[in-house]
Design a protein. Structure first.
Length: 290
């Protein structure tokens, strides 16, 4: 295992869900657990964004805008993925790069599903610490894996994943942090552990220039104003066009059934985006295994 700190972007997206809870996509989006997984310091900016009181000083204003934008993206992708998980109703759910995802703690619909939480060991240890003795709604197994060097197949097998039974796979907000080779290697493992009817849900960034420069500018402004930059140690390592990802998936017998950009989904869900340029690159695809 590499020595590495727990993911900070996982905390940022958890803060985004905490901001969105009860405010965005109401009736379709809800994550009441997100706030509980944050420290007191992490909740401060969440409370500020929820209050709508825009800070006047430069650094906090940048943080405020980053978190507001994150909340919009998170509400949209969570609604779409939750709906797909419910529709698939698989007996097994594997959450790849789970971060502070709380589906196994907040979705009663999963009570008959075995959930496998796969994440980098450092991030997973941090999550388990934050969870304390909070109980999941279902049989939930922690599977520490570094996609850069560990065998996902071996780890899932050891955790009791049954490759002959249907599985829904969630790969949400992780692909950008992996190299193209790591994405390809992980897909080989996913395919090996997938029965026919397995369903794979992936969010991924397209090579969108507005987003690329927007993200860089945001990071620069955070650094210049002396504010913490959650993306500092988690650089973006890959972007994908819908065609290149669909081609790669096809080589592993996955057929893309839907591929939507998050902005279109936001419009469908009636989520008004003030920060559309920051989600301009995001896509969510569904692929079924033959
Ligand atoms: C932005 S967070 C997303 C977390 C979660 N999927 C969500 O949407 O809330 C990125 C996640 O990818 C995981 N990750 C990044 N690189 C990884 C690697 N090489 N191996 C395992 N996990 C990795 C991090 O540990 C972190 O949990």
């Amino acid at each position: 295992m590499t020595e590495r700190a727990a993911s900070r972007t996982a905390i940022l997206v958890c803060q985004g869900r905490a901001v969105a809870d009860g405010r965005l996509g109401v009736g379709r989006f809800s994550d009441p657990v997100a706030m509980d997984l944050l420290t007191e310091a992490e909740r401060e900016m969440v409370d500020l964004v929820r209050s709508g009181a825009v800070p006047s000083s430069f650094g906090p204003r940048i943080e405020y805008e980053l978190l507001s934008a994150t909340a919009e993206v998170l509400a949209v992708r969570t609604i779409a993925i939750d709906d797909a998980v419910r529709a698939a109703a698989s007996p097994q759910l594997v959450v790849l790069g789970a971060g502070l995802d709380a589906r196994a703690w907040r979705m009663p619909e999963l009570s008959a599903t075995t959930v496998f939480e796969v994440d980098h060991p450092a991030s997973q240890a941090e999550k388990r610490h934050r969870l304390g003795d909070r109980k999941p709604v279902t049989d939930t197994r922690f599977v520490p894996v570094d996609f850069a060097q560990d065998s996902l197949v071996t780890a899932l097998t050891a955790a009791g994943h049954d490759h002959s039974r249907p599985t829904t796979w969630i790969w949400e907000g992780v692909v950008p942090y992996l190299t193209p080779a790591q994405v390809a290697e992980t897909l080989i493992a996913i395919a090996q552990r997938s029965a026919p009817t397995a369903r794979l849900l992936i969010t991924y960034p397209t090579p969108h220039r507005v987003y690329h420069y927007g993200r860089k500018a945001m990071q620069l402004l955070l650094t210049l104003s002396g504010r913490p930059n959650p993306m500092a140690r988690e650089p973006q390592r890959s972007t994908w066009t819908p065609a290149t990802l669909a081609t790669l998936l096809a080589t592993h017998s996955f057929t893309v059934t839907t591929d939507c950009d998050l902005q279109s989904l936001a419009l469908d869900y009636g989520i008004e985006g003030k920060h559309r340029s920051l989600s301009a690159d995001g896509h969510l695809l569904t692929a079924d295994h033959l």
